[in-house]
Design a protein around this ligand. Structure first.
Ligand SMILES: Nc1ncnc2c1ncn2[C@@H]1O[C@H](COP(=O)(O)OP(=O)(O)O)[C@@H](O)[C@H]1O
Ligand SMILES: [Mg+2]
Length: 201
């Protein structure tokens, strides 16, 4: 939503009509305020959400389950490249939501992309007492315009396709609440890699 509005505002700035050009920054500020309000509403809505119940989770099992759910309806393979026995401390339900969101985004990115390999790979390794869980795709990468605000609510490149732009915002909140982190580790013409980091168990 916000990203689309920004694109419109950018166009307005290039308009021949000075009156229209002047509207662009105002539109942008209004949108920013609206997004801010929506973001705090969202936070408030989650305030009474149960805190994470951390337990030992086998990463390969969690990833497999999340991918199985997320890839329903996509003609796409799931590949696991996860260290044997890798386990993290996580709330199993929350980790499921995080990983299925990332896998679904990966599948959506590859769906209409002319690329031979239609597969989502989850790679898991232990680094300095933490689990690094990478969700890797071969799509077109994250649009440059979205990168700076990728994890903010209501940022989506596909609002007309029903993308609410909440997937990554919620996934990051859930990950942070488990003492972990979620970041875009890599994005380019070869695809995108989102990295979930969680304490090892
Ligand atoms: N793996 C990916 N490859 C390319 N773009 C992505 C990927 N994951 C997310 N994005 C971009 O980030 C935007 C926001 O993602 P998300 O928060 O899940 O919202 P939504 O999926 O509802 O649009 C998507 O609309 C898409 O443009
Ligand atoms: Mg999404």
């Amino acid at each position: 939503m916000l990203a689309t509005a920004q694109l419109v505002a950018d166009r307005l700035k290039q308009s021949e009509d000075p009156a229209v050009r002047q509207l662009a920054p105002r539109l942008e500020r209004t949108i920013d305020r609206a997004a801010g309000l929506a973001a705090s509403t969202l936070k408030y809505g989650r305030a009474d959400e149960a805190p994470p119940r951390l337990q030992r989770v086998i990463v390969a099992e969690a990833a497999e389950e999340a991918a199985a759910e997320a890839l329903v309806g996509f003609a796409m393979d799931y590949r696991a490249d996860i260290e044997t026995g890798l386990a993290c401390m996580a709330d199993p339900d929350h980790l499921h939501r995080v990983l299925s969101n990332l896998v679904r985004n990966a599948a959506q990115a590859m769906k209409d992309h002319a690329r031979a390999e239609k597969a989502v790979t989850v790679r898991g390794i232990l680094v300095d007492g933490r689990c690094e869980i990478d969700v890797i795709d071969h799509g077109p990468g994250v649009p440059e315009k979205l990168r700076a605000r990728l994890f903010e609510p209501f940022v989506s490149a596909a609002p007309e396709a029903g993308g609410a732009g909440l997937g990554l915002a919620i996934a990051r909140e859930l990950t942070l609440a488990m003492g972990g982190n979620l970041e875009l580790a890599r994005s380019g013409a070869e695809g995108a890699t989102f990295r979930v980091t969680l304490p090892a168990a």
